[in-house]
Design a binder for this molecule. Structure first.
Ligand SMILES: [Zn+2]
Length: 1035
């Protein structure tokens, strides 16, 4: 599963406006209101349209009621027939009572019974008594009844599912019949399996292959654990196999989980599609099943739908049976052994394009017909073919299924989901129009596809035993985003370079909080499971895997992975299975490292170490290396009070090199496992410097004595190329963060970035830009902000002049463009424009004016977001309206997104408020984009308080909308709060948490710690920083 990721932050627009720009703004008022002026602004909805919509709704409602009634009648009829046949198999029919065959299952109120279903009849007194007796029995045994336990009881195992579905797209309901073949491991009278928000019509249990049925005493839902319980009259016997048949119906939901619907407009007409999102715990909303990853089974799915639609599932269609009334049933081939969470199906009227890999895998990309016609899916299709070939070769395990469909849907809770053979992507992460997409957008699309394809092996073929190790699959998929992209674009150096800024630096920000958590986290309740899908699992997981690959050596690591996948294919594996296989691979090449022992410290402990290397006070080339846990706020309360920060220890593979003005030694590896250790460095000269964590392959920070920092700064200034590109980026990130946490004087990072005027590589600039961003946000509302601003502008000026602006590259293929050079230029332009370089501002304004007057967008693709944002922030309201109008009229998803984000750059608080209010209107802003609007307004110093206020006022609505897709909620909470930094805002945050009504508790505790650290930094270090800046600027 890929989470929504913003690979690059929006330029931090400054509140400063230089005089000339004020003129510019006034000047732009004179713009003639072109043909766009009328169309701009929120278009009033005419009364007629209102009425039409209203009529349609009423009509739709009536139709759905009728259809529901029809469905219910059919279902009732079916269940009657079913009961007859069941009863026949069970011997002579008995007088109908509560005991015989269970009819509609009792569903407690609020358990999500579809509306329109008949309320269940009152239970007979007999059953209630039975139930009480049973509960007392469990109490006497001092045990939780099997349905009340957080995990399914292990006495049954599903072997095979036959699932027959009918999808009614006209009223968004579906009915299903599931037949599960069960193996009994321990005798029991209970069948407990997951089922949630559905109406169960009938249940039957039969002994497989034999005619005899097993009588069902009663059935009930237990919503606390989202299970359905079938109580039998007699025990199921060990090592026999039984068939459980359940007939049910449910809604095709209007939310993004389970089996849900979404829509798009084609030729002015709204069209609907229905698709699934089961990971991690939502398959139970679509069919009764054993919804834990360990219960792998085979699945045979059939979907009945109107012939105007097509249906898709993990496997190809085997046969289609057409009925006379315009319905068709697609029978799909049987799947291999798999877990429920990556099972999938869809009903839509998309079209597709197709390609075939060398090994014969048919790859299709399905999307809305207009996108397919435009060729927007071709890029994804082509790289998918190459990537399947890459993974097959890298893992030495062929892709397991005959086909892979990629499905581009307009709405999805995540960027994408790796369903085996039917991966689903939100359109913005898979469709690409080469003529209007930036490199950054191309990179996003590429990496999401690389990620989901990796899961076809890591996750789908070999599945984690339980969600605590979700990082195993997500960490690998995230790491391989970089390895796989390197395969597609060998010159881009993603794994060696971009990984640092986008993964390592990013997650160390999060994991440096005392409220962080270990990458392997215990989870029990279904409601906790969403929580494990966070950046710690993804990014720390990936960073640990990269560290492991580096200390093992890449070829041994690859061999180990091949063994791991071969041994565990079609099964489940836990982290220790991986460690054991990797240890064995190392042994084969004559190395002995107990990988489990090393990695347990990194996966079971939260946080990471900062290593301090002291070199200058010792003799005989002896250095002192010590480790401690890195935290931003040393005052923050430890999450686990039983252990202080002092008890954290790691086995750290520290690579170290010594250098002098012209040369750096080859690195040596030192395993640091104690608090403090002495080591002899043989080639250490008097004037030499030390550098730790070579190429930043390790997941930790390195600090030095001040003398060594000075030597490193000198080296960077004189000849930075002696130090590798990755280490230059690493030094910048470490220095900024060490200073932010108070481990290092505030001036050191600012002195380091002085060398950037000579830096021609993208990565160090990118690292600096990212590290400056939070510092900028800490300062952007302070009165001395302009001193900081001025200092940064000075560092950027000469490179900005040297590089200039890109030419309009409308006709140039993205892939041909020199990635490094274009990205560097983009980064420098972004810094220049956002910190107020006059030329940059003028250039942006000219480009926007040209667009408006000619109505032709000649702005180079790679800097469009910067130009739009700068234009909106500097120019007047007309420009905002123009961008707003373009946002409505464009159909290209990449363009839509950056236009929307540009609107948040305004410094007009009325416009920002208007935008915030519009963001919750799903017809204007897609649900998943609304969060970005709010977060981006919060990043704007003029809008921070507005977004924060809006967030608090609308929390109920937001929490209801995003509550279940917990990742979105935590993204929202952190995005809105992370740059609050005054005592007053901290108080507001704490008061809000006291008064709000639940949800996202973890995110809020992280928010409090972040804001506390911000406030603390302001109190302790802000003046020190300004003092140094003032001194430095006068020299
Ligand atoms: Zn994933």
């Amino acid at each position: 599963m890929a989470l929504e990721e913003k690979r690059e932050k929006r330029p931090p627009v400054t509140p400063m406006m230089i005089e000339e720009e004020a003129a510019l703004r006034n000047g732009s008022r004179g713009l003639t209101p072109g043909p766009w002026a009328e169309a701009a602004g929120p278009r009033p909805r005419t009364t007629e349209r209102h009425i039409a919509v209203h009529k349609r709704l009423v009509l739709g409602f009536a139709v759905s009621i009728l259809a529901l009634l029809a469905v219910t009648m059919i279902a009732v009829l079916l269940s009657v027939r079913f009961e007859e046949c069941g009863a026949a198999a069970d011997g002579p029919p008995r007088a109908s009572g509560n005991g015989s065959l269970s009819g509609a299952a009792r569903q407690p109120p609020g358990a999500g019974q579809p509306p329109g279903q008949p309320e269940e009849e009152a239970r007979g007194g007999e059953a209630a008594e039975e139930e009480e007796e049973e509960e007392e029995e469990w109490q006497r045994r001092q045990e939780l009844p099997p349905w009340a336990r957080p995990r399914l009881p292990r006495h049954l195992r599903p072997l095979h599912y036959n699932l027959m579905l009918s999808a009614f797209m006209e009223n968004f309901t579906f009915s299903g019949e599931v037949n599960v073949q069960l193996e009994v491991r321990n005798a029991s009278r209970y069948i407990v399996l997951h089922a949630h928000r559905m109406h169960i019509e009938a249940v039957r249990v039969a002994e497989d292959k034999l005619a005899g049925g097993v009588r069902v005493a009663r059935t009930f839902f237990y919503p606390q654990t989202q299970v359905f319980v079938v109580v039998l009259n007699r025990s199921l016997e060990v090592q026999r196999s039984y068939n459980l048949k359940i007939i049910y119906n449910a809604l095709i939901e209007n939310e993004l989980l389970g089996f849900f619907r979404s829509s798009y407009v084609l030729h002015g007409e709204r069209r609907f599609l229905a698709v699934t999102q089961f990971s991690p715990t939502h398959a139970r909303k679509a069919f009764p099943c054993f919804d834990e990853p360990i219960y792998k089974a085979t699945f045979k799915i059939s979907i009945r739908h109107q012939a105007t639609y097509l249906s898709l599932s993990n496997m190809p269609v085997e046969t289609s049976v057409f009925e006379e009334d315009g319905w068709v049933t697609d029978h799909f081939s049987q799947t291999p052994l798999m877990s429920t969470y990556y099972l999938a199906w869809a009903v839509c009227n998309f079209t597709y394009r197709e390609t075939v890999t060398k090994s014969g895998v048919v790859v299709r990309l399905y999307a809305r017909p207009d996108a397919i016609r435009r060729g927007s899916g071709d890029y994804a299709l082509n790289i998918t073919r190459s990537l399947i070939e890459f993974y097959e070769d890298y893992f030495k395990v062929p892709y397991s299924l005959p086909k892979l469909d990629l499905l581009a849907v307009p709405k999805h809770p995540y960027a994408a989901m790796e369903n085996w053979g039917l991966s689903v992507f939100v359109e913005q992460r898979i469709l690409l129009d080469p003529s209007i997409s930036s490199i950054l957008y191309l990179l996003d699309v590429t990496m999401v596809i690389v990620h989901e394809l990796c899961h076809q092996w890591f996750g789908d073929l070999v599945t984690p035993v339980w969600w605590e190790d979700v990082w195993l699959k997500e960490g690998f998929a995230h790491y391989f985003e970089f390895v796989g992209t390197d395969y597609l674009y060998p010159g881009w150096n993603m794994e060696k370079q971009r990984f640092l800024t986008d993964v390592l630096h990013e997650v160390m920000l999060l994991d440096g909080l005392a409220s962080s958590h270990p990458v392997s986290q215990e989870v029990q309740q279904a409601t906790d499971i969403d929580r494990v899908f966070d950046w710690i699992a993804y990014k720390k997981g990936a960073a640990l895997i990269r560290m492991l690959a580096n200390f093992m050596g890449h070829s041994v690591f690859q061999m180990g992975l091949q063994d791991y996948l071969t041994i565990h294919k079609y099964g489940n594996a836990a982290r220790n299975d991986l460690w054991n296989t990797l240890s064995k691979a190392l042994k084969r090449v004559g190395k002995s490292v107990n990988i489990q022992e090393v990695m347990d410290q990194w996966t079971l402990q939260m946080g990471y170490p900062v290593i301090t290397i002291l070199g200058n006070e010792t003799t005989d080339n002896i250095i002192v290396i010590s480790q401690e846990r890195f935290v931003y706020d040393s005052d923050a309360k430890p999450k686990d009070p039983s252990r202080g920060d002092n008890s954290y220890l790691w086995q750290i593979p520290l690579t170290i090199a010594v250098g002098n003005t012209s040369h750096i030694s080859s690195e040596a590896i030192i395993w640091v496992s104690n608090k403090s250790e002495h080591h002899r460095i043989p080639a250490f000269e008097e004037a030499g410097w030390l550098l730790g964590n070579i190429n930043q392959t390790g997941y930790f920070r390195v600090n030095y004595d001040i003398r060594n920092w000075r030597l490193l700064i000198n080296q960077l200034t004189r000849n930075h190329e002696v130090i590798s590109v990755s280490n230059r980026a690493g030094l910048i990130d470490d220095a900024f963060n060490l200073a932010r946490a108070g481990y290092l004087p505030q001036n050191i990072p600012l002195e380091i970035i002085r060398y950037l005027s000579e830096e021609k590589d993208f990565l160090p600039w990118h690292a600096a830009s990212r590290a400056l961003y939070p510092l900028d946000k800490l300062l952007d509302r302070t009165e001395n902000y302009n001193i900081f601003n001025e200092y940064i502008l000075r560092q950027v000026a000469s490179m900005y002049l040297k590089l200039g602006w890109p030419m309009n590259n409308l006709n140039k293929s993205l892939v041909q463009a020199s990635y490094q050079h274009e990205e560097l230029r983009r980064e420098v332009i972004m810094l220049a424009c956002s910190f107020g370089n006059k030329h940059c501002h003028q250039q942006a304004a000219t480009l926007i004016s040209d667009w408006i007057s000619s109505n032709r967008n000649r702005i180079p693709l790679n800097v469009r977001d910067i130009v739009y944002c700068t234009g909106v922030s500097l120019m007047d309201e007309d420009v905002w309206e123009f961008i707003w109008m373009k946002f409505h009229s464009t159909t290209a998803v990449s363009e839509k997104k950056i236009l929307l984000e540009a609107l948040t750059c305004s410094d007009d608080r009325n416009l920002l408020n208007r935008l915030l209010n519009l963001s919750l209107n799903s017809e204007v802003v897609l649900d998943q984009d609304a969060i970005d609007v709010i977060i981006h307004v919060a990043r704007n110093p003029h809008g921070r308080d507005l977004a924060w206020k809006f967030f608090r006022e609308k929390w109920k609505i937001l929490n209801a909308r995003y509550g279940e897709a917990l990742f979105m909620n935590s993204k929202l909470v952190s995005g809105v709060t992370e740059f609050l930094n005054t005592e007053g805002e901290l108080r507001e945050l704490k008061n809000f948490i006291k008064s709000y009504e639940g949800g996202a508790a973890v995110s809020f505790s992280r928010a409090v710690e972040t804001v506390e650290a911000n406030v603390r930094w302001q109190r302790l270090y802000k003046e020190e920083l300004f003092h140094w800046l003032r001194k430095s600027l006068t020299h």
